[in-house]
Design a protein around this ligand. Sequence first.
Ligand SMILES: [Mn+2]
Length: 269
Amino acid sequence: MPRFSANLSFLFQDLPLYERLDAAAANGFRAVEYASPYESEIAELKRRLTANGLTQVLFNLPMGDVANGERGYASDPSRIGEFRRGVGAAAQIARELNCTRVNCLVGIAIPGLDPARAHTTLIENLRYAASTLAAVGVTLVVEPLNRIETPGFLTGTTAEALAQIAEVGEPNMRLQYDCYHAQRAEGNLIATIRAHGAQFGHVQIADSPGRNEPGTGELAYERILPVLDEVGYDGWVGLEYRPSRPVPETFAWLDAFRAHEAPRQIKSR
Ligand SMILES: [Mn+2]
């Protein structure tokens, strides 16, 4: 059955990031992910991961000015140097944290920029990122974001991500399949997993349309998650949702799946 990762950009937000690592372990998780390690002391993140027996399974390339709506800048010809420095920083952090997946949010279409030039820049940047990360044993993933919430995002669907991955042509590149975004953008989850699950490098879940925990919306995760097993997906499933209740209460539905995980001492529930 799937192995679950606590997404600390969404869960335990009342705590500083370091303490979210402790909270994830205290709630029985063996793995964590979060968007940005760049504002933290990497040595302290590493210490907390080790002390808690946690694997860090994912973080993102630098995303630019997120507070002002930016979601990456991989298509911007004027920021290629910044993009490449970000890749270098990510590669070093991934190595220090033993993290094997790095996600690139590709960014929103830039007004006034020729779409063909944006596309060429994007593909060349992704190729640079993949080959740089390959040297430290890391897989680059690209994640479609639904354009209902992020208009103009350059990777809006599974098909667009797969086309970009094919065009880049690097062996260590995969799709980050966020079931929430997929449901908002295109639906058809089980058929998509069956058709393309072999190209998944990471999976994330939330219910739809509210992006709260599974069980609060329209997605039948008790039927969707077993299909990941069916197609041989052996990566992690990140819990990237906005808790509608106190966070520990949102994990109750996991118990049926967690019974199949390798034994781990759960410190407190
Ligand atoms: Mn996501």
